[in-house]
Design a protein around this ligand. Structure first.
Ligand SMILES: Cc1ncc(COP(=O)(O)O)c(C=O)c1O
Length: 437
C-alpha cells in the first residue's frame, strides 16, 4: 500500500480550517485572545486625540493597500466606514473566494448594486446573461436606465455571442452560474478568454470587467475569481449565513476594488450591521463546507428521484449526467478539495402545456405547503431547511411572462433549495405531493 505523506507544519492550512479559524489571530485585531471572535457593537469610536481622528479619516479604505499598516490595528471611526466584527468576516470571505479583498453590504442586492456602481458610469453599458435573479433583472431594467446605463441581455452559454453584444461603451459582463432559477451554467474560463480578446483593442482604463454572482454555487462549490472573474458577488443571506437568520451581501475581488467599494458603501450607506456579520462569521462561514457537502449529496439523491418520476418532464441539476452542461459542471464546480460539487439547488419542470403546467406546479407546491413535514414553501434559499418556490409567479415575477418563456423560466418550473433533512424524508414528501398532481 502506498504510504501517505504526513502533512507538514509548513503546509498551508486547508480552506475548511481557515474558514473556522479565519484571521482573528492576526496582530491586526485587538482580539488575539478570544477563541470566538467578539461581536462588537459601537457606532462610534473614541478617537483619543485630534491627530488620531485625522489619521483615521486619511487612512480610511487604504489599509489593504499597505502591508505594513495591515499588521496594525486600524483607527476605527464610525460603523458605516469600518468596524471590527465586519472586518473579520470580510477577511474570511476574501480567503473563501481566493480574493484579495471583500467588502460586505446590508443585502445581496446592495452588494450587486455596489459592484456595478463601481464598475459603471452614466453613459456606459453592460452585457448580462438573460437568466438572472428577478431583483437583479429589475435593477438593470427599472433603475439603471435612469442613470443612462444600458443593458444588453443575451445567452452567454455561448461566450462567442459577446462579440455581437458588446459595444464600445460596454464595461461589464455580468452573469450568475448556476443561474437562478433554471441552473444553466456559464463557462467562466471561456468568458474570460473571450473578454481578453475583446479587451486587447482597448485602453488599459477601458477594459471590460467580468462580475459573477456566485450565490447559488457558494465559494465551497466554485471560486469564480480563480477561473477568471474580476469581481464576485454574493447574497450572504443564503448558504453562507446558512441558517436563515440574517441578511447580507459581499463583493470580492482584487485589492484594486477595495477603495472604490469601501467609498461606495460609505456614501450609499448599505452597510452590513455587525450584529448580522457576527452570526455569518461565527456560525455560517465556519460551517459552510460541512453543511454544503451534506446538502450536495442530498441534492443528488433528490434529483435522481425526481428524474425517474413520470410526473416530471425535466430535472435541471448540474450533478445529473443528463444535465446538458454536465461536462462543464465537472470542470467548474469543484469543492475545496477538488471534488465535483454541483451545488444545493435544483429546478424541475412538471409536464403539460404552459397554463396547465403552471396549474400543476402550483398544486404540487400547495400540497407541499399543507402536508409536507420537511419541505417548506418559502422564497430564499441556502438554509438548513429545504425550501420550495414557484419562480415564475414569485422570485422571477418581475420578468414579463413572454420573456420568461423565451429564456427558460417555465410556468411549470419548481425551484428547490436542499437543506439538511434526511434525503429519505424529502423524497417521501415530494413523492406524496407528486402523486396528487
Ligand atoms: C442569485 C441571487 N443573487 C442575489 C440575490 C439577492 O440577495 P438578497 O436577498 O440578500 O438581497 C438573490 C436573492 O434571492 C439571489 O438568489
Amino acid at each position: 500500500m502506498a504510504k501517505r505523506r504526513a502533512p507538514k507544519r509548513s503546509d498551508a492550512p486547508s480552506l475548511h480550517s481557515r474558514l473556522i479559524h479565519g484571521v482573528s489571530r492576526d496582530e491586526h485585531w485587538d482580539y488575539r485572545h478570544h477563541v470566538v471572535p467578539p461581536l462588537s457593537s459601537s457606532t462610534a469610536y473614541r478617537l483619543e486625540a485630534a491627530a488620531r481622528g485625522a489619521r483615521g479619516f486619511a487612512e480610511f479604505a487604504q489599509e489593504e493597500q499597505d502591508p505594513q499598516r495591515r499588521r496594525k490595528a486600524p483607527v476605527y471611526i464610525y460603523d458605516r466606514l469600518a468596524e471590527p466584527t465586519r472586518d473579520m468576516l470580510e477577511a474570511a470571505l476574501a480567503v473563501s473566494e481566493g480574493g484579495e479583498t471583500a467588502v460586505t453590504f446590508a443585502t445581496g442586492m446592495a452588494a450587486i448594486a455596489a459592484a456595478l456602481g463601481v464598475t459603471l458610469q452614466s453613459g456606459e453599458h453592460l452585457v448580462a446573461d438573460q437568466v438572472l435573479y428577478g431583483s437583479t433583472y429589475s435593477l438593470l431594467t427599472s433603475w439603471f436606465p435612469r442613470y443612462r446605463i444600458g443593458t444588453s441581455f443575451g445567452d452567454l452559454t455561448d461566450p462567442g455571442r459577446l462579440r455581437k453584444l458588446v459595444r464600445p461603451t460596454t464595461r461589464v459582463v455580468y452573469f450568475e452560474s448556476p443561474a437562478n432559477p433554471n441552473m444553466k451554467l456559464i463557462d467562466i474560463r471561456a468568458v474570460r478568454a473571450e473578454v481578453d480578446r475583446l479587451n486587447r483593442q482597448r485602453r488599459p482604463d477601458w477594459k471590460i470587467r467580468i462580475v459573477v454572482d456566485n450565490t447559488f454555487a457558494t465559494p465551497f462549490c466554485q471560486r469564480p475569481l480563480l477561473l477568471g472573474a474580476d469581481l464576485v458577488v454574493h447574497s450572504l443571506t443564503k448558504n453562507i449565513c446558512g441558517f436563515g437568520t440574517d441578511m447580507g451581501g459581499a463583493a470580492i475581488g482584487s485589492r484594486a476594488f477595495h477603495a472604490p467599494l469601501m467609498n461606495y458603501r460609505k456614501d450609499f450607506g448599505g452597510v452590513l450591521s455587525p450584529k448580522a456579520a457576527w452570526p455569518i462569521l461565527v456560525y455560517g462561514l465556519s460551517t459552510l463546507s460541512l453543511r454544503v457537502r451534506h446538502q450536495v449529496a442530498t441534492a443528488g439523491e433528490v434529483a435522481r428521484f425526481l428524474e425517474q418520476s413520470a410526473k416530471v418532464k425535466r430535472v435541471s441539476y448540474p450533478g445529473l449526467p443528463s444535465f446538458p452542461q454536465y461536462e462543464l459542471a465537472k470542470r467548474q464546480m469543484l469543492d475545496f478539495d477538488g471534488h465535483f460539487s454541483p451545488g444545493t439547488m435544483l429546478y424541475f419542470v412538471v409536464g403539460g402545456a404552459p397554463a396547465a403546467a403552471q396549474r400543476r406546479a402550483m398544486k404540487l407546491i400547495d400540497h407541499l405547503a399543507r402536508k409536507a413535514y420537511t419541505v417548506t414553501l418559502a422564497v430564499s434559499l441556502g438554509q438548513i431547511r429545504t425550501l420550495v418556490e414557484h419562480p415564475s409567479s414569485m422570485t422571477h415575477s418581475s420578468i414579463p411572462l413572454a420573456k420568461q418563456l423565451k429564456e427558460g423560466i417555465d410556468p411549470g418550473g419548481v425551484r428547490i433549495s436542499i437543506g439538511l433533512e434526511h434525503p429519505r424524508d424529502l423524497i417521501a414528501d415530494l413523492a406524496a405531493a407528486l402523486r396528487k398532481i
